[in-house]
Ligand binder design. Structure first.
Ligand code: NAP
Length: 267
């Protein structure tokens, strides 16, 4: 792969992460690497998955750069490097001795009568009633209304986000190389009055999903990678897999199964 020459460091506020950031800064010249916060080949998040999400947001999901994480956090599912291996990591990236994994993000468009807003997400979008009362949404796929969802809300996850909130709601884990959308219901109502699909639905990347809130239920709380946005009078939310991939640095190929085992099954 192309040797990395410039990096940008994105650390969280934890003392352990700040100490590691300083250590990396000291080591950069030894490996012919430079810190450049504007034009960087590689963004490095120091922290847990939260730090990784914040890095991508701060970097505006800029596709020119690659991204990687060093785990000083609690879970660190997205984080590729352990702090004890940081020197070996710097040496390898400086020599181009790494793999690139291309992942897909969610592209989200929110329309109201007064505005159109665009977002990207690494993990997911959740759509709920603004006051956390019952949410009612028409769910359109292939130009057809599949159901009128009634319940707490809907979560739409990317493949990479499938191991996050989606998993806690009983959604399936998707391989990151499956570029898809997963729709997972949040406490769907199911009774004589309301019929909902109770399980996750996985949609191929070429099909957008459109949500239309029912009248009187158009004030919504959207959560995108854990950040909340309140919207009034939402007419539609369109979610699709973004066509432009984003590159992650990996030090080992095909580590997904091992990562699932280590992070979710073993101590
Ligand atoms: P947060 O405290 O930053 O994260 C909650 C947990 O989710 C942390 O353990 C975090 O790992 C882990 N996580 C984040 N992305 C992940 C991924 N792609 N795969 C596996 N685990 C992942 O919470 P937040 O700031 O409210 O929101 C950030 C993310 O947390 C959201 O995008 C959402 O996916 C997730 N979340 C999960 C739940 C739930 O499972 N009930 C509820 C709310 C939010 P680290 O410890 O390494 O940071």
């Amino acid at each position: 792969m192309k040797p990395i020459k410039t990096v940008r460091l994105f650390s969280n506020e934890k003392p352990k992460s700040i100490a590691l950031e300083k250590k990396i800064r000291r080591l950069l010249p030894k490996y012919n690497l430079e810190e450049d916060p504007l034009h960087y080949d590689l963004g490095i998040a120091i922290g847990g998955d939260g730090a990784f999400l914040r890095m991508l947001k701060k970097a505006s999901f800029e596709r020119q750069a690659l991204y990687v994480g060093i785990n000083t956090g609690t879970l660190g599912f997205a984080q590729e490097v352990l702090p004890k291996n940081v020197e070996q990591f710097l040496e390898r990236i400086s020599k181009g001795d790494y793999y690139q994994e291309d992942i897909t993000l969610l592209s989200i468009e929110v329309k109201t009568p007064y505005s159109v807003s665009h977002f990207e997400a690494y993990n997911e979008l959740t759509v709920r009633d603004i006051n956390l009362r019952t949410t009612r949404l028409d769910l359109e796929i292939e130009g057809e209304i599949l159901e009128t969802f009634v319940g707490d809300g809907l979560l739409i996850s990317s493949s990479n986000g499938s191991t996050a909130y989606n998993l806690s709601l009983g959604g399936s884990i998707l391989y990151p190389s499956i570029h898809a959308l997963e729709i997972t219901p949040m406490a769907p109502l199911n009774s004589k009055s309301y019929r909902n699909i109770l399980h996750s639905l996985v949609i191929p990347m070429e099909l957008p999903v459109i949500l239309y809130p029912k009248k009187e239920k158009q004030d919504l709380l959207l959560s995108i990678d854990g950040e909340n946005y309140r919207y009034q009078e939402v007419s539609s939310i369109r979610i699709e897999v973004s066509p432009q991939v984003l590159g992650l640095v990996r030090l080992e190929k095909n580590r997904f199964v091992r990562r699932i085992r280590e992070k979710f099954l073993q101590d």
